[in-house]
Design a binder for this molecule. Structure first.
Ligand SMILES: *[C@@H]1O[C@H](CO)[C@@H](O)[C@H](O)[C@H]1NC(C)=O
Ligand SMILES: *[C@@H]1O[C@H](CO)[C@@H](O)[C@H](O)[C@H]1NC(C)=O
Ligand SMILES: *[C@@H]1O[C@H](CO)[C@@H](O)[C@H](O)[C@H]1NC(C)=O
Ligand SMILES: *[C@@H]1O[C@H](CO)[C@@H](O)[C@H](O)[C@H]1NC(C)=O
Length: 321
């Protein structure tokens, strides 16, 4: 009994000793935190009066009937999930989905909506958000157009829909204006979450209001910058330093909508420049003659080089048989 108290006392003493080593600054910080009242967090890029509908939970008496009725007309089905009502409060998370309806683009409404339904199922099953918070999807077809996407973002965040979050747009050209204005919508800005945004501008830092795409969150793994780095590795490996870049301006419409080929070329050009690689872009739709001729003309003698083949003819033919 006596031994145990002693060891306890000893431990207590050791702890005190260790505590003495805790940097003085930390203690001071704690004191300051206790003395100063917490300052309100100011996340927005411009100060605005908060609209009542911006809140996820509102008193049931004040629920905006107009919103509910309009949505029934849009979706035919009304809101999904249990309609949240808790002790006189109604909670609803409104998610604006801006995507083309044209299935030529991979991330189009008809293809993505079933995935969102699955996602909602998972959210409900795992209880990621409280069960009494309803989720409402508000789809808009932007046809991959800049102007349409911008107006849809305004509509989706106007007092009729009052969305809390924007999913999409999935075309890079339509994404740019939406991601640009998102920081000035509402007092705190509205998050824009997209799997697209392949062009290098979307990968620039976004931590401050001054950053162009401050409210954008890219979830995709692929970007044109990564592809450019792959190309640069390849070019370095072979010790090349001149590139003729043949590209189709409108190719890969399914990936990022209009001018995907052009955007990829832009990104590559940007990083080729950083690496001092001389490049000469050539858009095939500007070709005056057929491609074979264009290739001869562009590559010509200024970009071609000699190379030696070390192939044993016998073994090559033997392998083919
Ligand atoms: C409406 O919802 C039901 C189930 O809740 C579903 O079976 C039906 O396909 C939906 N209709 C439309 C048009 O989305
Ligand atoms: C979808 O987009 C492709 C490519 O731009 C176009 O050829 C096609 O006509 C569009 N389809 C519809 C239904 O608008
Ligand atoms: C490119 O060239 C500039 C000036 O000649 C040089 O300062 C820079 O280090 C070079 N960059 C690379 C990646 O070689
Ligand atoms: C391209 O043009 C050249 C002559 O200008 C011609 O010999 C060649 O057959 C053409 N190729 C094709 C695929 O039309």
């Amino acid at each position: 009994m006596c031994a145990r108290t002693q060891s306890l006392r000893y431990r207590w003493f050791r702890w005190l000793n260790a505590a003495a080593y805790v940097p003085f600054g930390a203690g001071l910080m704690l004191l300051l935190l206790l003395l100063l009242p917490p300052t309100p967090v100011d996340a927005g890029c411009r100060r605005l009066v908060q609209k009542p509908c911006e809140a996820i939970c509102v008193r049931t008496g004040s629920i905006n009937r107009h919103i509910v009725r309009q949505e029934f007309e849009v979706r035919g089905n009304g809101s999904t999930g249990p309609y949240g009502a808790r002790d006189g409060w109604t909670c609803e998370l409104r998610i604006v989905v801006i995507m083309p309806a044209n299935t030529s683009v991979e991330a189009s409404l008809p293809r993505v909506q079933p995935v969102l339904e699955k996602a909602e199922g998972a959210i409900r099953r795992d209880g990621i958000i409280p069960a009494d918070v309803a989720i409402r999807w508000i789809p808009f077809d932007d046809r991959c157009e800049q102007a349409r996407a911008t107006v849809m973002a305004m509509d989706g965040t106007g007092s009729d829909s009052c969305g809390h979050l924007i999913l999409g747009p999935s075309c890079d050209f339509a994404l740019a204006p939406v991601a640009r204005i998102a920081r000035y919508i509402y007092n705190d800005g509205i998050p824009v979450i997209t799997g697209a945004g392949y062009t290098f501008d979307f990968e620039e830092p976004k931590t401050h209001c001054e950053n162009e795409f401050h409210m954008l969150i890219r979830t995709g793994l692929v970007s044109f910058k990564r592809m450019a780095f792959f190309m640069i590795e390849l070019i370095r490996h072979f010790n090349w330093n001149r590139v003729v870049y043949f590209y189709e301006r409108q190719s890969y419409y399914n990936v990022a909508g209009p001018q995907t080929g052009h955007l990829l070329m832009n990104t590559m050009a940007e990083f080729f420049r950083h690496e001092n690689i001389t490049y000469s872009p050539f858009s095939t739709d500007s070709a005056r003659t057929n491609l074979t001729e264009s290739l001869k003309e562009k590559v010509g003698l200024s970009h071609a080089s000699e190379y030696y083949r070390h192939v044993k003819p016998q073994s090559a033919t033997a392998r083919e048989r």
